[in-house]
Design a protein around this ligand. Sequence first.
Ligand code: PHE
Length: 411
Amino acid sequence: KYPPSLKILGEHHLTDEFTNVTPAILSKVDLELHTQDGHPLSTLRSIIESHYPDFSHHSSLSPIVSPWKNFDELSFPWDHPGRSMTDSYYINKSLMLRTHTSAHEIEVFRKGEDKWLLTADVYRRDEIDASHYPVFHQMEGARLYSADASGMEEVKEDNERLSQHLERSNIVIEDIPHISPTNPVQPTHDPAHSELIAKNLKLSLNSLLLRLFGSANSEEPLRVRWIEAYFPFTSPSFEVEVFFRGKWLEILGCGVVIDSTLDTANVQGKIGWAFGLGLERIAMILYSIPDIRLFWSTDARFLSQFEAGKITTFKPYSKYPSCYKDVSFWNPEGAPLHDNDFCDLVRDVAGDLVEDVKMIDSFVHPKSNRSSLCYRINYRSMDRSLSNEEINELQKNVVSRLTDTFGVEIR
Ligand code: PHE
């Protein structure tokens, strides 16, 4: 199925039994939407960067990393589901496309940086719909203080300043304790220090969210809620949600950086926090962009609507008609097809012409015990009308790839 080697970002890499990157995915690795001047993702990046004026910025690190760097170094357990080939893209056994910007935490800390932001494209195998795309962009931020009396004085001063700013603002925060039995302080940390850092993290992010969402509905207060979370590389850990148009939206994950991360990075005597947020999620809300595929559009009707540095409301141009096709098949017993395998196959055949993929039926035949799946593929172009012949051709390719690559029996 794969050639002996793949050329990615100018370098040749051997393929093996782990290889599952598709040409559709590889066509995205050099686009760096987050640095394209005027692109909404780039503007959002620069607004967040300007909210942290004394932080350094990184935005051009290669997406190719070792699983060690993406997972092990950050204390992910060996059996973490994110490692599986159904969830992540592997180039081969020892190289993958990063699944999160945290993969670079250690190298940046190792440079001795205490305040930094890092923006990058990240890759996760996923379902297909208006808000899920297998490539998206994350921004990681981190702040370290010295873990001594003078460092803690500095945190207190920063906290005082941030609290005052937030008290004067139209924001309602549902908070939880900084530390709890289920969200513990690390054994190597002084609980008082950890509390101060967690508080600083919360203040700092509340203030960022106010900057981003505060003006969107200015009469109503901005509502933000903090939730206990778990990440292998932070403790305590949190997730933050923002109330927007009647719904709570998950915006970011964060926490107090675990000591072993800093040890590995050769950083001693410091304590601090890190966060990671998804840029598309936030940009879709702020710009009213209805479909995540639009970020990849090169259509002037999309790109010309945006101006560097400004958040404006996207005006959807007329949608072209969509057309759906169903395919039903018996799922092979020995090597059953995963949802993500099906989605990647469709994505690879149809690229951005696929709007969404849904499993609309599944059953097990009572006599033969064979399991049957039916998927509905919705085809639509963002830029033009698709002809019937073109869609039939795409569907024919999906079906033949299904039989050739996965050996399924079409019903
Ligand atoms: N990397 C995490 C994710 O992608 C987010 C995170 C970043 C959490 C930094 C804690 C600290 O879900």
